[in-house]
Design a protein around this ligand. Structure first.
Ligand SMILES: NC(=O)c1ccc[n+]([C@@H]2O[C@H](COP(=O)([O-])OP(=O)(O)OC[C@H]3O[C@@H](n4cnc5c(N)ncnc54)[C@H](OP(=O)(O)O)[C@@H]3O)[C@@H](O)[C@H]2O)c1
Length: 270
C-alpha cells in the first residue's frame, strides 16, 4: 500500500514494486494520475482516489483492499505536502494546517486500519516517509519542518509500541529527491537523487527492516552535523539561507490542496 502514488517518490515506489511483481494499492487524491501506472501493470494494482486526511475513506479503502488481496506486507505512508510558510501572514495558517494534517495525522490515519489485522497475523511493515527537514527548524518552512519532526517522533513511538507485535516500523528520512515537490526550490540541493534511485534505496532499507534510514547516506552526515551544530552557529548560518517559496494566488502550489481536491472520492478498483 503506497499513499501519494500519483507523483514523485510515491509513483516511483509504486513502479518499483509493480516491476518486481507485487500487487500495489495506490492511494492519492488525483485518481486520474494513478491510472496510467495501473494500465501499465494490468491486474497488479488497486487504485483508491482519496484524501489521507479523511480517516473514514482510508478505513473503507483498507477494508476493501484487505478483502481483495489480504493483509498487506508493507504500508508506506508517503503522501505529503510542502510549501513555504510565514506565520505573520494570516493566509499561511491554512497552509500550516494542511501540512500538519497531511504529513502528521495523515500518517496515523494511513496506518490505523492495518495495525490490528497485522498484529493478529503477527507480520507486516509500516513505513513512514519523514525528511531531514525534521532535524532542525528550517526558516521559511516552519510547518514542513515541524511536521517532519513530529512524524519522526511519532514513528519512533509507534516502533516501540509495536515491538514484539510482529509489525516492523521503518522511518525513512530522505534528503533531496527530484520530484514536483522540489521543482520550485530556488536553492542548491546537494546529493539530490532521481526518484527511481530514491525508491530503490528506500525499498532496500525496507527489505532489511532497518528501523531508521537517512537516504542517501551522505545526507546522514549532513543531518548529523545539522543536529549537533550549536544553536548560535545554526542561527547565524541559516538566517540568510534561501527559502522555500510561499504559495501565492499567482503561483499556485501543486502540492498543497487545490480547491478541486477538497472532496474526497470513493475508492475504486482498476
Ligand atoms: N522530494 C524531496 O526532496 C523529499 C525529501 C524528503 C521527504 N520527502 C517526502 O516524500 C514524500 C513524497 O514527496 P514527493 O517529493 O514525491 O512530492 P510530490 O511529487 O508532490 O508527491 C506528493 C504526493 O502526495 C500526495 N498527497 C498529498 N496530499 C495528499 C492527501 N491529502 N491525500 C492523499 N495523497 C496526498 C500527492 O497526490 P495528490 O495530489 O494526487 O493527492 C502526491 O502523490 C512526502 O512525504 C515528502 O514530504 C520528499
Amino acid at each position: 500500500v503506497i499513499t501519494g502514488a500519483s507523483s514523485g517518490l510515491g509513483q516511483a515506489l509504486a513502479r518499483h514494486y509493480l516491476k518486481l511483481g507485487f500487487t500495489v494499492a495506490m492511494i492519492a487524491r488525483r485518481g486520474d494520475l494513478l491510472q496510467p501506472l495501473g494500465k501499465e501493470f494490468p491486474g497488479q494494482s488497486l487504485c483508491y482516489p482519496l484524501d489521507v486526511r479523511d480517516s473514514s475513506s482510508m478505513q473503507l479503502a483498507a477494508s476493501d483492499l484487505m478483502a481483495r488481496v489480504g493483509i498487506p506486507d508493507v504500508v508506506i505512508a508517503n503522501a505529503g505536502v510542502s510549501v513555504g510558510t510565514l506565520t505573520e501572514h494570516s493566509e499561511d495558517i491554512e497552509y500550516i494546517q494542511q501540512i500538519m494534517d497531511t504529513n502528521v495525522l495523515g500518517v496515523a490515519k494511513t496506518f490505523q486500519p492495518f495495525i490490528s489485522p497485522m498484529r493478529s497475523a503477527h507480520k507486516g511493515t509500516l513505513v513512514g516517509i519523514a525528511s531531514i527537514a525534521g532535524f532542525r527548524g528550517l526558516p521559511g518552512a516552519g510547518a514542513y519542518s515541524a511536521s517532519k519532526a513530529a512524524a519522526i517522533s511519532y514513528l519512533e513511538s509507534l516502533r516501540v509500541e509495536l515491538r514484539d507485535s510482529g509489525i516492523n516500523v521503518v522511518t525513512i528520512c530522505p534528503g533531496y529527491i527530484r520530484t514536483p515537490m522540489t521543482a520550485p526550490n530556488p536553492y542548491r540541493m546537494p546529493f539530490i537523487l532521481e526518484s527511481a534511485d530514491a525508491a530503490r534505496r528506500i525499498a532496500r532499507a525496507i527489505d532489511r527492516q532497518t528501523a531508521y534510514a537517512v537516504i542517501p547516506w551522505q545526507m546522514a552526515f549532513v543531518g548529523f552535523v545539522l543536529r549537533h551544530m550549536p544553536r548560535p552557529l545554526y542561527d547565524a548560518l541559516l538566517a540568510t539561507a534561501q527559502r522555500k517559496p510561499r504559495a501565492s494566488p499567482s503561483r499556485p502550489q501543486h502540492d498543497t490542496e487545490p480547491p478541486s481536491h477538497r472532496q474526497s472520492r470513493h475508492a475504486s478498483e482498476k
